[in-house]
Design a protein around this ligand. Structure first.
Ligand SMILES: O=C(O)CCC(=O)C(=O)O
Ligand SMILES: [Fe+2]
Length: 200
């Protein structure tokens, strides 16, 4: 796999108390990477407790990282699987662009338009106060939305293309929620990788 990088000028969104950059064409051979991640990663569908009943979350996940980087996510305790070769290559590509290091990645696989992630912020204590989260997308385009936690206005939408890199930094997680809404439009599969740095 070649994680060929062919765009390094991001679109920067001017939002209050958020720091969002979007590199639309970051990974050159994204269709190939999509197939590889789909085949190679250890996908599973977690359950969470809702009003005391187990409910399957509407997407598949896989959690990879350095062995020290244990993490809790939506009440789930996740122990990372050791890096695959393709994940390490993608991590290095992102690290070079952003000039910072990540020690883990949460992979999400949205099988179709019924898969989603509800409004949330990545504000777990393990990530520190103002985490930098680097999000790579592969496969189908899905709409990513951002909305302030307080003073709610119309959400901001960014259609995340296959091969794109979205970076959330600064106070984004403190002041904003984000989601990938369900869609009734027919849409193929999408894989998203959010590279994170767990404070050890
Ligand atoms: O799929 C995406 O673009 C977002 C995923 C996300 O927000 C998360 O994993 O915390
Ligand atoms: Fe998130």
């Amino acid at each position: 796999m070649q994680a060929g990088l062919f765009s390094s000028t991001p679109q920067v969104f001017d939002l209050p108390q958020a720091d969002i950059s979007y590199y639309e064409d970051f990974i050159a051979d994204e269709a190939q990477v999509y197939q590889q991640l789909l085949a190679d990663l250890q996908w599973h569908q977690d359950t969470i407790q809702m009003y005391g009943k187990p409910v399957l979350i509407p997407r598949m996940n896989a959690w990879y990282g350095d062995k020290e980087a244990a993490y809790s996510y939506s009440g789930l305790k996740l122990t990372p699987i050791p890096w695959t070769e393709s994940l390490l290559l993608l991590k290095q590509t992102v690290e070079q662009q952003l000039n910072r290091r990540f020690n883990s990645v949460l992979a999400n696989y949205y099988r179709d338009g019924a898969d989603s992630v509800a409004w949330h912020s990545d504000d777990e204590a393990e990530l520190g106060l103002n985490p930098v989260i680097a999000s790579l997308s592969f496969g189908a385009t899905r709409r990513f939305s951002l909305r302030r936690k307080k003073q709610q206005q119309a959400p901001i939408h960014i259609d995340l293309h296959g091969g794109s890199l979205l970076v959330m930094a600064g106070q984004t997680q403190q002041y904003w929620h984000h989601q990938i809404a369900k869609t009734t439009k027919p849409v193929a599969g999408r894989i998203n990788l959010t590279f994170r740095s767990i404070q050890l």
